[in-house]
Design a protein around this ligand. Structure first.
Ligand code: HEC
Length: 130
């Protein structure tokens, strides 16, 4: 009888361990769906994700891997235009944390997203825009 209870208990413990590990995993892996929600809340007011559709900011369609200032119909600041960066996930991560640190003089009036996990989700979403 007690062996049986022990068996049940160890299965319970295993389940808890599994749920724990699965929970950690989702917390660590970047989630594009969560990133889309961040985009809608924080970027969508100024940026479209449709190709060629510029608003207050340039379209972010195909942004990952693109060079700074390459949306031809958008009037960039000279700071952005001349920064000569490529929007790799790494550069985007630093820029989105603090735009004015990476491109001093940018006209993007966005203070920055300090939460690293949210930035990772957001960048995972930006990577789907192609
Ligand atoms: C208040 C409006 C505004 C908000 C909010 C905003 N941006 Fe911008 N963004 C701009 C403007 C304007 C530019 C052009 C900057 C320049 O020319 O100096 C820009 C430029 C950029 C660029 C460089 C594009 C290129 O082609 O070089 C990226 C990447 C970018 N924004 C991403 C984002 C993301 C992601 C968010 C949300 C976290 C965001 N922006 C929030 C207005 C905004």
């Amino acid at each position: 009888m007690s062996g049986r209870i022990n068996g049940v208990l160890s299965i319970l413990a295993l389940n808890l361990l599994f749920v724990g590990v699965a929970g950690l995993r989702t917390a660590e892996a970047a989630d594009p769906a969560a990133g889309q929600a961040v985009f809608r809340a924080q970027c969508g007011i100024c940026h479209s994700v449709q190709t060629g559709h510029n608003m207050i900011g340039p379209s972010l369609f195909g942004i990952v891997g693109r060079k700074t200032g390459s949306e031809t119909d958008f009037h960039y600041s000279t700071a952005n235009q001349n920064s000569n960066l490529t929007w790799s996930p790494d550069v985007l991560d630093k820029y989105l944390e603090s735009p004015r640190t990476v491109i001093p003089g940018t006209k993007m009036t966005y203070a920055g997203l300090k939460d690293a996990a949210k930035r990772a989700d957001l960048i995972a979403y930006l990577e789907t825009l192609k």
